[in-house]
Design a protein around this ligand. Sequence first.
Ligand code: OXD
Ligand code: MN
Length: 564
Amino acid sequence: MERGTLHKLTKYPNTYICRTDPRDVARVESRTVVCSVDRYATECHTKDGAASQLAHWISPENMDAAMQERFPGCMAGRMMYVIPFSMGPIGSPLSKIGVELTDSNYVVLCMRLMTRVSHDIWRVLGNNEFVRCLHSVGCPRPVNYRVVNHWSCNPEKVIIAHMPDDRMVVSYGSGYGGNSLLGKKCFALRIAGRIAYDEGWMAEHMLIMSVTNPKGVEKFFVAAFPSACGKTNLAMIQPTLPGYTVRCVGDDIAWMRFNKDGQLMAINPENGFFGVAPGTNHQTNPNAMAALQRDCILTNVAETADGGYFWEGLEDEVDKDIPITTWLGKPYKIGSKENYPSSHPNSRFTAPAKNCPIMHPKWEDPAGVPISGIIFGGRRPEGVPLVIEAEDWKHGVFLGAQVKSEATAAAEFKGKQIMHDPMAMRPFLGYNFGKYLQHWLDMEKPGRKMPKIFHVNWFRKDQNEKFLWPGFGENIRVLDWMMRRVDGEDIAEPTAVGLVPKEGSINTDGLNINWKELFSIPPDYWKSDIHETRRYLEEQVGDDIPPVLRSELDRVEARVDAMK
Ligand code: OXD
Ligand code: MN
């Protein structure tokens, strides 16, 4: 606060707002690289040498040069902080330790919310392996340019580099989110993904939640959606159907492994939520709102004159006439076009998980929670039904590889283009995606209880651009159907693209739903979609496509081509 980086929100205890330099507002995928001696340890053998969209390789020589150009003297005149942290409960056999060096006090505060930072780390570390994380905003003092919003950064020189062989992350030039809180995407997904590959487990971009039905039966699900597609909202839904309870284990990352009984167990390696603020309100996510009543940091949101936060989506929850200051420091009135939007579309809340009223009592259980179902999904305005169930594990891996979604504000992409985001991992891969897919296929072994795999789409629209499904708390109806499928109820029927609910088998009481349209599988749409998926996988994964996945593609494509 003394340095002007944070500003206290008087409406909530211990809650602060932070505004960044407007040039530093999201993850920068184009500057996110993975270093390996062999290029193809990181990238796939793309067709005709097409540029890789799945992971970006940097050679050890270029990595060295990039570091030499940036790091010597980069923290001159600044405080260097040493952050010992644990991903997962401190001392749990499934947890991993990291140490981040940083010159950003904002990063220190956010790491204390998002990971477990403690002196105890040194004690449990002993001689064990840890992940080395080096971060600098890249602005040695004295600075010879204007610092905007007291937020030092160096956008021209941003690099977020990973050395999986050395279990190391080096990030320079950005103080924002996944670029600088190195425990999250860099460690818990890219580096941990590679450790998981070596050790036979999985590090995935997935929420973890449980659903208990009116009979008292509880099942756990993980769900992988691309960034800013509603993982946080789903992880914390308030079910609209009476008698159901949802509890949250995590909203972004799952580390999973099969135990000796063949049961897939998952832990959330994080300690907090770094959620997209716009769209979050008491209607869409009352439990997140409850978590935001104290002890939070809000980044790039707007502020109301009475010391509260504001963003697009909170219009009905604050006084309509209250003066608002936008994330860019401009005056704003609700409903006005001037200075809209009040908050950056990728503005975020950083909140401790323990603030969320529906955290599962086992959310910190070192053994993890048992997973019955894996859900993939994306924002698909057209063609894709509300839910599809995979025919088996292999087909499920293919459904995951097919994930596409409308671009979001979480990274630097613009517009509403539909982008491939296989397994919701495009930005978070730490090694060759073909090997990653093979790793998934290899998870299936005799004696293991393979979870069912589903694909959901809450975002299908009709010709008038109206959503066909209400979403949010009503999604419990789809989760209920999945629970019944896990128990083997005969409520699904085959189609060319997978199993879909038999008509009427999802409880839609009280909703006005056009079932036919919501579940239709338009042949022309799917023909062009699957041909496009083939082109994409052949270009981007090329010869690294695992043979089993290729036969899934051939099999599903032949069925789709035969559709009338
Ligand atoms: C995130 C993201 O911040 O996926 O979780 O971008
Ligand atoms: Mn995420």
